[in-house]
Write a protein that binds this ligand. Structure first.
Ligand code: ZN
Length: 466
């Protein structure tokens, strides 16, 4: 297998070129949709009847959702997370036959003069390139770093550690992280475990505090936190804002995908959104396609737009935002590309099944069934699906009169060739749902379902539900 080793200087150069290319791609997308005659006027919010301005002037909120601010250094990987969360593999390798040993007889738990590198991270470069990063602050004491890889099954290390390459230390503490690009033999979705051992100039300088390993894959997902802060608010009992909560879900989802070794790109990482010279309301209406098209900027494998649902005013004779729990069913609306893509439908079906289970278990819904969809047989939309009580959740595809994606955000992803979906996790018109959101645990519960579904779709876990 061909291996590419990059010096830190070369990596910096390549990153610079990459950023320039990203800007060029970004410009292309903006150009594609700049002409107003080319852009769909359809908006995504047909079923979300609340369209209010920013609520910041309406007095203190009973609950402030934590703002999601990713670590700039690791962008586009999303939030920085603790190394114990990264080390999924390390936590389980002792239970797995063969894991922890390299093929040449060295143990990865340390040999004389060798210790684990630390600060491991990853980024999906392309479908056949996985970048592994680690801290350079040990460089002055290190002669070289050796990169190891092992198979991963169901997110757990399996099989022998294989030595990939040895990279010389530059001896200097400073600059960007050390990096190694693992070039894969093909582009099929794959997870690997990685570890890096340092050969010290003086073996007594460090004692290893344990081997740090990470799981990394060749998959990148574009996460679109729906709307923007202030959009779709509910005042009164259990105040709620969909445009804020979608960002909280996004942060939780990014952390969980990172633990599956999946890289993430984001249409926004703060309360506002700006793409291609447009912002906020423009990207929630006339120019919403740009969100879906953004998935192409980093060459993402999947686009997922995160939402919570609502209903027609005073549906079923209940006040609009005092709906019964029986209305609460998840909907996963896939784009036309995903309708014929088994991987994307596996993602959608698994997310939906796990959301039904999660909402029921959290006592936020009476619904226990989910209707999965098969390739070429994805049901279309009818207006009863959204508001009905005691109906199952479902995967569906909503088309306009021209047979194209009804929702502009999904049409944008289709136009750049990327399977995509809107996930309506639950109904914020149900007071119990808003209360759970205020309590702080709901975003994580929903993100568990989203992340697991994505991992299932790409074959990284083998059961459709957990
Ligand atoms: Zn929405």
């Amino acid at each position: 297998m061909k291996k590419v080793i990059l010096s830190i200087t070369a990596l910096a150069l390549i990153l610079t070129i990459f950023l320039v290319i990203m800007k060029m791609e970004y410009g292309k997308i903006a150009d594609k949709t700049g002409g107003k005659t080319q852009v769909s006027a359809e908006t995504e919010t047909t079923n979300e009847s609340v369209e209010e301005a920013d609520d910041s002037s309406k007095g203190p909120q009973p609950h402030q959702y934590p703002e999601y601010t990713p670590d700039q250094v690791t962008k586009p990987e999303g939030p920085a997370i603790a190394t114990d969360e990264l080390a999924v593999l390390a936590a389980s390798e002792n239970d797995t036959a063969g894991a922890g040993e390299s093929t040449d007889g060295e143990t990865l738990s340390g040999t004389a003069g060798m210790v684990s590198a630390h600060g491991l991270d990853f980024y999906r470069v392309s479908r056949n390139q996985i970048g592994i990063l680690w801290s350079e602050d040990t460089d002055p004491e290190v002669v070289s770093y050796t990169i190891y890889r092992c198979s991963v099954v169901n997110n757990v290390g399996a099989g022998d550690w294989v030595k990939l390459a040895t990279v010389n230390s530059d001896g200097v503490n400073g600059g960007s992280k050390n990096a190694y690009i693992d070039v894969l033999s093909d582009t099929k979705p794959v997870q690997y475990g990685y570890g890096v051992l340092a050969t010290l100039k003086d073996g007594s300088t460090y004692t290893s505090a344990g081997i740090e390993t990470i799981v990394a894959s060749n998959i990148r997902v574009c996460i679109d936190p729906g709307h923007f802060a202030g959009r779709n608010t509910v005042d009164g009992q259990y105040r709620y804002c969909e445009g804020k909560f979608s960002l909280v879900i996004a942060g939780e989802l990014g952390k969980r995908l990172h633990a599956y070794g999946i890289s993430c790109s984001y249409t926004r990482t703060g309360p506002t959104i700006a793409i291609g010279g447009y912002a906020n309301e423009e990207l929630d209406g006339y120019h919403i396609k740009l969100r879906g098209q953004y998935a192409a900027v980093d060459g993402c494998d999947l686009f997922i737009s995160l939402h919570t649902n609502s209903n027609q005013d005073n549906a079923h004779g209940y006040p609009t935002f005092s709906q019964p729990k029986s209305i609460n069913h998840p909907l996963v609306i896939v784009n036309t590309l995903a309708c014929n893509n088994q991987t994307a439908l596996n993602v959608a079906n698994s997310i939906g099944i796990n959301l039904v289970n999660a909402n029921y278990k959290a006592n936020l819904s009476t619904v226990t069934n989910y209707a999965s969809a098969a390739v070429g047989q994805v049901p279309g939309w009818d207006n009863n699906i959204n508001d009905s009580l005691n109906v199952n959740g479902m995967t569906l595809c909503r088309l306009n009169n021209s047979g194209k994606d009804y929702y502009g955000v999904l049409k944008g992803a289709t136009e750049v060739g990327i399977p995509g979906m809107i996930v309506e996790h639950g109904f914020h018109s149900v007071p119990e749902v808003r209360y759970a959101a205020m309590q702080g645990g709901l975003a994580g519960i929903w993100a568990d379902a989203d992340a697991y579904g994505i991992a299932y779709g790409f074959g990284f876990v083998d059961k459709i539900s957990y």
